[in-house]
Design a protein around this ligand. Structure first.
Ligand SMILES: Cc1cc2nc3c(=O)[nH]c(=O)nc-3n(C[C@H](O)[C@H](O)[C@H](O)COP(=O)(O)OP(=O)(O)OC[C@H]3O[C@@H](n4cnc5c(N)ncnc54)[C@H](O)[C@@H]3O)c2cc1C
Length: 298
C-alpha cells in the first residue's frame, strides 16, 4: 500500500522541528530512521498530516562518556552502538552486545536510538535496557528540556509520556554495570524477541548487592521484576539461585497468547532467558550456570 497524503518538512535544527510539531500537534510525526514509521505509513496504520524529518539535524548523532555515564544522541544509529570503541563501551558493553539483537543489518544502519525509545515497542532492546539500567531520557519541547527517567517514560504499547511537540534528544546511561547481560529468544534471527531479559548486578565477593531484572515482550512495557530483584539482593550467586529467580520471573508475568506463542510458552521462555542472563552476567556458561565471581563490580 501507499501512505496517505502528508505534508513533508525537512528541518535543520531541533528548534525548527519543535516549531512544526507545536503548530500541528498530534497530527504530526517525527521521521528519524523510518524503520518503524515508514511501514506504519505504508499500511496506513499511521496517517499523520505532517512528517517532520529530523535526519539532517546536526548534533544529535553522538556517543560520549561523561564520567561513568554514557550519553547517546537521539539520531545515533543502532549500528554505531554495536561498533562503539572499547573506551566508550567500558562498563557499558551490554549496549554493544544488545545492538546485535536489533533487527537485521540494514535496519541497524538506519534505525536510531531515539526513534526506538520514542516508538516504545515493549520488545525493543533499547527500551528494555533503558529501564534496566536506570537511563534518563532528555526531551525538548517549546518550554525547554526535561529529563524523564526511563522507568516513567513508557506508559503502554507504543505509548510514552512525551507530548506531541517534544523531541527526544538524548538518552543517558548514568552508571557503569560491570555485570550485565541480555538474553533473548526469537524464532528467526532479526525478528523481535518473543521474550527477552536484561539483568544488571552489583557484586561483591560473589554476593549480589544490587540487581535489575527486566523482561521485554511479555507486557505492555518493559517489565521490571521487583520481587525477583529482592530475592537476589544479598544472596550469594549460584546456579540453583538463578533457577529459582527464573521461576520467580515466570510466575510474575501474565503474557498474552498470540500467533507467535501462547502464554505458557512465553512463561517458560521467561524462566530460561532470565536464568541464562544471570549466568552470563556473572561470567558463567551459556546455559546460565554460575561460576564464582571475584571482587567488586565497581
Ligand atoms: C523487520 C524489522 C525488524 C526489527 N527488529 C527490531 C528488533 O529486533 N528490535 C528493535 O528494538 N527494533 C526492531 N526494529 C525497529 C527498529 O529498531 C527501528 O529502527 C526503531 O524502532 C525506530 O527507530 P527509527 O529511527 O527507525 O524511528 P522512526 O521509524 O523514524 O520513528 C518511530 C517512531 O518514533 C518517533 N520518533 C522518532 N525519533 C524521535 C525523536 N527523536 N523524538 C520523538 N519521537 C521520535 C516517530 O515519530 C515514530 O512515531 C525492527 C524493524 C523492522 C522493520
Amino acid at each position: 500500500m501507499k501512505p496517505a497524503r502528508f505534508e513533508y518538512r525537512r528541518v535543520a535544527t531541533v528548534d525548527e522541528a519543535i516549531e512544526h510539531l507545536s503548530e500541528v500537534g498530534d497530527e504530526a510525526k517525527v521521521l528519524a530512521g523510518g524503520q518503524s514509521l515508514v511501514p506504519l505509513l505504508g499500511f496506513r496504520l499511521a496517517r499523520p498530516r505532517m512528517l517532520v524529518d529530523i535526519t539532517r539535524v546536526e548534533g544529535l548523532r553522538y556517543m560520549r562518556r561523561d564520567g561513568e555515564a554514557l550519553r547517546i544522541g537521539a539520531l545515533t544509529v543502532h549500528r554505531a552502538v554495536e561498533t562503539m570503541r572499547s573506551s566508550l563501551a567500558d562498563g557499558h558493553r551490554i549496549l554493544a552486545e544488545a545492538a546485535r539483537w536489533v533487527g537485521h543489518y540494514p535496519i541497524r544502519t538506519r534505525g536510531t536510538f531515539g526513534g526506538s525509545i520514542a516508538h516504545a515497542d515493549p520488545a525493543s532492546e533499547w527500551c528494555m535496557l533503558a529501564v534496566a539500567l536506570d537511563a534518563v531520557v532528555t526531551a525538548q519541547g517549546p518550554g525547554g528540556k526535561r529529563d524523564i527517567p526511563a522507568g516513567e517514560l513508557f506508559q503502554g504499547f507504543f505509548t510514552t509520556v512525551l507530548a506531541p511537540d517534544e523531541l527526544i534528544i538524548e538518552v543517558r546511561f548514568p552508571r557503569v554495570w560491570e555485570h550485565a547481560a541480555i538474553e533473548e529468544f526469537a524464532r528467526r534471527k532479526g525478528d523481535f524477541a518473543l521474550v527477552a531479559a536484561t539483568v544488571a548486578l552489583d557484586l561483591e565477593d560473589g554476593r549480589c548487592r544490587d540487581a535489575r531484572i527486566v523482561l521485554g515482550g511479555v507486557d505492555e512495557v518493559p517489565l521490571r521484576l521487583l520481587e525477583a530483584e529482592r530475592a537476589l539482593t544479598g544472596a550469594v550467586c549460584s546456579t540453583p539461585l538463578f533457577e529459582e529467580i527464573g521461576d520467580l520471573a515466570s510466575a510474575a508475568i501474565s503474557p498474552v497468547s498470540d500467533i507467535h506463542a501462547d502464554a505458557e510458552h512465553r512463561r517458560e521462555l521467561a524462566a530460561v532467558v532470565v536464568r541464562r542472563a544471570l549466568g552470563r552476567a556473572v561470567g558463567g556458561g551459556p546455559d546460565g550456570d554460575s561460576r564464582p565471581v571475584e571482587g567488586s563490580s565497581r
